[in-house]
Ligand binder design. Sequence first.
Ligand SMILES: Cc1cc2nc3c(=O)[nH]c(=O)nc-3n(C[C@H](O)[C@H](O)[C@H](O)COP(=O)(O)OP(=O)(O)OC[C@H]3O[C@@H](n4cnc5c(N)ncnc54)[C@H](O)[C@@H]3O)c2cc1C
Length: 247
Amino acid sequence: MAGTAVRGRLTWQTATVGAVTDETPGVRTLSLQVPDWAGHRAGQHLDIRLTADDGYRAERSYSIASAPGEPVAITVERLDDGEVSPYLTQDVQPGDEIDIRGPIGGYFVWEATSAAPLLLLAGGSGVVPLRAMLRHRSRVGSSVPVRLLYSARSLAEVIYRAELDSPADGVEVIYTLTRQQPPGWTGYARRADRAMIAEVAWPVAQAPLAYACGPTNFVEAVAADLVALGYPAQRVKTERFGATGTP
Ligand SMILES: Cc1cc2nc3c(=O)[nH]c(=O)nc-3n(C[C@H](O)[C@H](O)[C@H](O)COP(=O)(O)OP(=O)(O)OC[C@H]3O[C@@H](n4cnc5c(N)ncnc54)[C@H](O)[C@@H]3O)c2cc1C
């Protein structure tokens, strides 16, 4: 019944933390066992609610890092002065329980039935929902051509690096390393700008679909660049994580 499904998504429930994986020194993936999970779509997020001993509560949103059909997972970047992310990246242990609700969101979602060439633009941890889209594409055997432009401060801060360094057929991963590049690096080494986006983006004539995700300033800049290059605004989907740094 549709009403039940909607209530289910918006109701808090207790998830148990399963495997915990360090992606980079400051980024951790938490697998979550959720007893009442209705399934999710690639690009959706969930909310986490932490309650302190004195009853103080903090809620934050996290994109779902896993593909539809895979166990629910989130990937969290630690902000040293943040309230919630240090707990999720340093303190939480397998077996701990946390309150979650979701899946949430129907706009920043990629459906594998889409035939449009896919352009993914990630700033830092903004790669998380885009990774769910890439995994979904592989799992369903889609051959839609994909380009992922991923802006990270350094190679060491690239999340899911092993996975992204062996992309599926038809997927191109292009890094721009904004702060530090390894010796001999020949790739992009600056913040994403219009010239870079113009080089990476699929031609407008191919009717591509774009998803941009990351810190608000990154997302707004790259979305504006795409629109300036002729992408219709409704073909540029954006997800803003907030002012969480400059990737
Ligand atoms: C839809 C969605 C999906 C998201 N997905 C992810 C994800 O997959 N992975 C991920 O790591 N994050 C994701 N985020 C971001 C996440 O929700 C949190 O914002 C992030 O983890 C920081 O939370 P925090 O409690 O650690 O930091 P906060 O305590 O919220 O602080 C965040 C930063 O803002 C600064 N700040 C806080 N309050 C103020 C203030 N009043 N004035 C000025 N600066 C301030 C802090 O110094 C800190 O640097 C997502 C956000 C959204 C909206």
